[in-house]
Design a protein around this ligand. Structure first.
Ligand SMILES: [Zn+2]
Length: 333
């Protein structure tokens, strides 16, 4: 081997390490991770093949997720949600619990094989929208409309125009997304009917990563993996604290019934859509039989005393892996 070949060999080795992402860690970084203690639940949503921010900020690429797993395996102790609640933690490492919200089919196609390859547990929080006859969540339809939809449209007597953030807003500047969050499913179903007819997204098969829900069969198959637990995420992906207490209670019960039918297992965990909850919602969830209640941010400091309620750190697609790892330990970006 001549000198040039040796240099080329070393360079390609270095490139491989860089692509693997570990070489930019300093000794101080490694000591920081090795000394970190504690625990955190992470909240992912979708995993896609490419262009993670094409429609919204709910996705990271499959490649990035695998890199996360490789780092987590190296520095953290990975625990299931059950072990998190039982506090079956490592005393010698920081403990991480993985969760995925929204029940995307990409969780089944991309995440599940990686969980099995790396032997890492996770919980998929799935809605009951499939039982209601839909394969897409209402908010994902609005994200798709933000890219492919008309500049403006009329809906239920109001005119909505796309702003620079690709959100439809009325003349008072209120976004349709925020307005619909405070309603039940009736208006959302009307919007789904209207937009499904006009948007071209169903023809773009390569874009199903960004919206397609897990089928009933995929939920059942995922639940049979020793690395996956299926949890509830409401029935229609409504804001449970924004709708009536009776409707919220019914949604949580219906989702539980639907998922237990598919998995044959008791459903004891629920992640509140948008992290939205109040005292009525947590009480109704417990009455349904849920013992693990997940939000994003705890709203009232007194809620920290509720042993069933836990907060999570939402994964951010705009952040570097190094910063993500720091955020996992510090609990904030
Ligand atoms: Zn959600």
């Amino acid at each position: 081997m001549d000198v040039l070949q040796k240099i080329a060999g070393r360079t390609s080795q270095k490139m491989r390490r860089l692509r693997g992402g570990l070489s930019h860690f300093t000794g101080a970084d490694k000591r920081f991770y090795a000394r970190a203690r504690g625990s955190r639940i992470l909240c992912y949503h979708g995993v896609c093949q490419s262009h993670p921010t094409k429609f919204n900020s709910l996705f990271i690429t499959k490649e990035t997720f695998e890199q996360h797993l490789q780092y987590y395996m190296r520095y953290f102790n990975m625990v299931s949600l059950d072990d998190y609640y039982k506090q079956n933690f490592s005393n010698n490492k920081f403990n991480i619990c993985l969760t995925f919200d929204d029940g995307f089919a990409n969780n089944y196609h991309y995440v599940l094989p990686l969980l099995e390859r790396y032997e890492v547990p996770a919980t998929f929080f799935v809605t009951g929208i499939g039982a209601a006859g839909y394969d897409i969540l209402w908010n994902d339809m609005l994200s798709i409309a933000g890219l492919y939809g008309p500049e403006s449209f009329t809906f239920e007597g109001g005119t909505y125009r796309k702003n620079k953030h690709r959100q439809y807003c009325n003349t008072a500047g209120q976004s349709l997304n925020n307005l619909l969050r405070q309603t039940g499913f009736g208006q959302k179903a009307e919007l789904l009917r209207m937009l499904d007819k006009t948007l071209p997204f169903r023809r773009l098969k390569q874009e199903t990563d960004y919206w397609l829900q897990m089928s009933a069969e995929e939920i059942t198959r995922a639940s049979r993996s020793p690395f996956v637990t299926i949890g509830a995420h409401g029935y229609y992906h409504n804001d449970l604290a924004g709708i009536s207490a009776a409707d919220a209670a019914k949604e949580m019960a219906d989702c539980k019934y639907y998922l237990e039918g598919l998995t044959g297992k008791a459903e004891n965990s629920i992640a509140f859509p948008y992290g939205s909850y109040n005292a009525n919602v947590t009480a109704a969830a417990k009455q349904c039989g849920y013992t693990q209640l997940l939000t994003v941010d705890i709203k009232d400091p007194a809620d920290h005393n509720d042993v069933s309620l836990r907060e999570r750190l939402t994964i951010n697609p705009f952040i570097s892996i190094t910063n993500q790892l720091y955020a996992n330990i510090n609990g904030a970006y």
